[in-house]
Design a binder for this molecule. Sequence first.
Ligand code: WQD
Length: 333
Amino acid sequence: MNVLVTGGLGFIGSHTCVELLNEGHEVIVVDNLYNSKIEVKNYIENITKKQVKVYIQDVCDKEGMKQIFKENKIDSVIHFAGYKAVGESVAKPLMYYENNLISTFSLCEAMLEAECYNLVFSSSATVYGTPERTPIDENCRLGPTTNPYGTTKLFIEQILTDLQFANSKLNIALLRYFNPVGAHESGLLGEDPKGIPNNLMPYIVKVASKELEKLHVFGNDYDTHDGTGVRDYIHVVDLAKGHLCALNKLNTEKIGIDCYNVGTGVGYSVLDMVRAFEKENNLEVPFVIDPRRPGDVATCYSNPDKSCKELGFKAMKTIEDMVRDSWKFVENS
Ligand code: WQD
């Protein structure tokens, strides 16, 4: 099957391209390199020993997207392209709304014109806002979201729902990611954020490599087993495989549009992650307890049953795999 991957040179996109190629699919990537680099194309080809076709262009460019569909017979699309930094979205909301929404409009118009109807969309657990209950299942209340990034994901889910209602041939899976971490075992692909990382794992890695002095733990007075925030961390390779499960579902069944949590169903605290990282990698991660980060919730982890039952997806990698692979990527860089 020919699969177009928007944002395919990014963290999750590149890992998904590897799994797609390993499964025998033809992969076409469109990426504007805003949060990635062209060398990732070589890494993907090095790992899989297969070619990937890359268009370096912006998904917001509607005519450019239509041209890609003219030049390639595309059967399905996985849409990763979009800005994703929570903190940045609070400071630059217009940039986030414009880019994340316009890119989706542009893609969908090109898909409909080319009569391409299978779409997997990269959504996020942030659409649940402050969780109504944990573990979170897909019937939990959506919103209110706590940042513009999460709001763009919620808006896009609604936009795609309306679009599918108007174009019944569309077949759409909305994947709600929890906390993606880790890296490909080769050490060639991984999370490589520019500047000071917002997220926990890239920050831990920079402290372990002594690029940053110490980890700031945002609060240890939450109602959790050790007082620090609990999240559902999922290995990025498991997450990538979850996209293939969704793609296979769309190619075998007309679902119209439906949403699926992609997580492990297990919650780990900040200090659980620190201690696992130190033990697995025999490294120290000095930390200091800081005040809570505004917008954080105490506990957020998934009920993964629907993805398991309906997509046949189950995360297999352990917390040890996550922290070992995260470090190996940096050691290899
Ligand atoms: C995890 C835990 C922090 C950094 C975000 C997005 C979500 C998704 C994943 C895209 C929390 C604590 C963190 C640090 C810390 N991204 N922490 N010190 O906020 O759960 O989710 O990333 O889809 O949409 O919202 O992830 O890694 O920022 O935080 O103590 O320097 O680590 O308080 O408990 P988060 P995170």
